[in-house]
Design a protein around this ligand. Structure first.
Ligand code: ZN
Length: 144
């Protein structure tokens, strides 16, 4: 059975990210303001530009791609947990360009919002804390 913890649903927050804002910062700021340290997020909308990560498993580091053009957010999905004592948003996105070609990856800082509607779901339950994982080199949830 995979590692897991049981959560209770507490609340939904629906809103829109600020035009020109940094999408990851916008979601993180809401979590911080509302004291949300456990949850999930989904969103759709459009970006002015994007900065997406791909984790190179051999090099054990993120490679970032900057896409400097308008893009649709076809889907963003992510979770909220704790890293370094603060709410930490981990999200992945699928974006599409004017030719409807898709880009995907780890949501990095530097994704500038054109328009974005989100749903943030807050949970109550045992904390999930990110710690350095030797096997992957990633900050994964502590199983302790
Ligand atoms: Zn990721």
């Amino acid at each position: 059975m995979p590692f897991h913890k049981e959560m209770k649903h507490v609340a939904y927050y629906m809103g829109k990210a600020a035009h020109g804002g940094d999408l990851l910062e916008e979601i993180t700021a809401l979590c911080t303001a509302r004291g949300i340290t456990l949850g999930r997020v989904e969103a759709l909308g459009a970006l002015k530009k994007a900065h997406l990560g791909y984790y190179d498993q051999d090099a054990r580091e993120y490679r970032f791609l900057e896409i400097n053009k308008p893009l649709e957010i076809a889907i963003l999905v992510g979770n909220v947990s704790v890293k370094d004592g603060k709410p930490f948003v981990h999200a992945h996105v699928t974006l599409s360009d004017r030719e409807h070609r898709a880009y995907g990856g780890h949501l990095g800082p530097g994704c500038e919002v054109f328009a974005c509607e989100f749903v943030l779901q807050a949970f109550d339950g045992p904390q999930l804390t990110r710690v350095f994982d030797q096997q992957t080199g990633l900050p994964l949830w502590d199983e302790g």
